[in-house]
Design a protein around this ligand. Sequence first.
Ligand SMILES: Nc1ncnc2c1ncn2[C@@H]1O[C@H](COP(=O)(O)OP(=O)(O)OP(=O)(O)O)[C@@H](O)[C@H]1O
Length: 523
Amino acid sequence: MYTTLYTFKEKILKFSELGLSQDILDAIATHSYVEATPIQEKTIPLTLAGRDVIGQAQTGTGKTAAFGLPILENIDLDNPNIQAAIISPTRELAIQTAEELKKLGHDKHVNVQVVFGGSDIRRQIQQLKSHPQILVGTPGRLLDHIKRHTVKLGDVKTLVLDEADEMLNMGFLDDIEAIIAEVPAQRQTLLFSATMPAAIKRIGVQFMTNPEHVQIKAKQLTTDLVEQYFVRTRPQEKFDTLTRIFDVQAPKLGIVFGRTKRRVEELARGLEARGYHAAGLHGDLTQQMRSRVLDQFKNHEINLLVATDVAARGLDVKDVTHVYNFDIPQDPESYVHRIGRTGRAGAEGTSVTLVAPNEMDYLRAIEELTKKRMEPLRPATLQEARIGRINTAVGEVGKLIHSVNTEDIQHQTKQLLEEYSAEQLAAALLADLAGLDKQNAPVEISRERPLPRRRGGSSSNRRGGGRSYGDKRRRGNGGGYRGGRGGSSHHSDRRDRNDRGGNRNGGYRSKSSSHGFTVREKG
Ligand SMILES: Nc1ncnc2c1ncn2[C@@H]1O[C@H](COP(=O)(O)OP(=O)(O)OP(=O)(O)O)[C@@H](O)[C@H]1O
């Protein structure tokens, strides 16, 4: 097997130079993509030529289209059978991938369908009767359909394991082997992920024929568009630490990762109690609920999504500004995927990881994998948090004034102005908008079992001090943004993860970047 490392300094090709046909190029154009990203540029010609490919590139760099476009290109419209199967680790990712392929295959009239657990199988069986040519699915449900003979994979030419390292992990391997047994041996196999540990790659290669490993080389494994911070904090202080950071950074759209489902539930409830717009996403919720929460997040009805690792891989929600690890992830790869929910398609992001003193070895293990040091961030004080809340409220006043119809309340308005000064009224409004009464609402978060000690490291007292919030070194707002207030799951959740459910100049290419995004301006 060849592994080819690409560093991107050279000119990136346009999609039209990659051997794609006009109807696929038209669909790409309506997506506002101008140039291929490096992973697309390097893997599309190989895949079109029928090669088996392992595609590895940073999160948010367009791996879905990298495997999706050549699949769409090779679909024979005269063949009504499933010609490509894409396996995703979570329901949400399966749905998202199917949506993207539907859009890209729209002009060619390719029939794309998705099957996933937790939703009515009879309805899926009905939909499958329309003869999809591409099927996206989570492993458990896909196997279920295979056993019921409602899905036949005998005509499959291309099999994709998206988030391949996750799919080849212990929790999924049996299902994957069972699915592969249904696919012709003469097939193309594609493995894509941002991370590919060597041991897992060895398993994957066994399912492939003479694969080419295309690795888009970057200085670091995590996307360089994300400013990464850590805060050292004692377990019992984590929740206060987190909410004070929110008050100072005021994330517009943030994802908070917790280690377990219980944790996620408690965090979501605790955040609501402190006045943020938050909701939880984990494998114990009904699929209907999961979809609703994700939709609320996408529509900005909530601005904090609290989730287990069910949301760590692949989810592409536009404009996520912040990722918070309430619990440091146990495996370093999980960190890469979690923080990769921000800093996508050329946008910038910020991540903050809370670390208990006895977890510092986990932090070091992450840094070893990512080849990037996280910056220490000092916990915000109560007073800084209070000021943060008020500043955010000041920003909301203008919006409120423009949205209120004052005509029928003029009389009462005048009465208030006779009774109180304008300053008093403004102060009351600000205190209310800032939810100052909720800032310290009592919240109990249960203690989780501490992570086992990592071998080969000491939890030394490293890198004290920390970036402070008054410090204007970055973006003029002390390690964060302003805006509204708004785990690795246990093994059982992993099954249920049967579920997976650019650059700094605003979306334009920077020559040395490994993202290589050029997006046509809209409007
Ligand atoms: N050539 C392109 N130009 C501009 N935007 C693109 C291009 N290709 C993909 N995108 C957009 O970039 C975003 C990220 O793409 P995608 O979700 O495929 O990333 P990924 O590499 O699979 O990430 P992850 O590792 O997190 O799964 C999507 O919104 C997608 O529409």
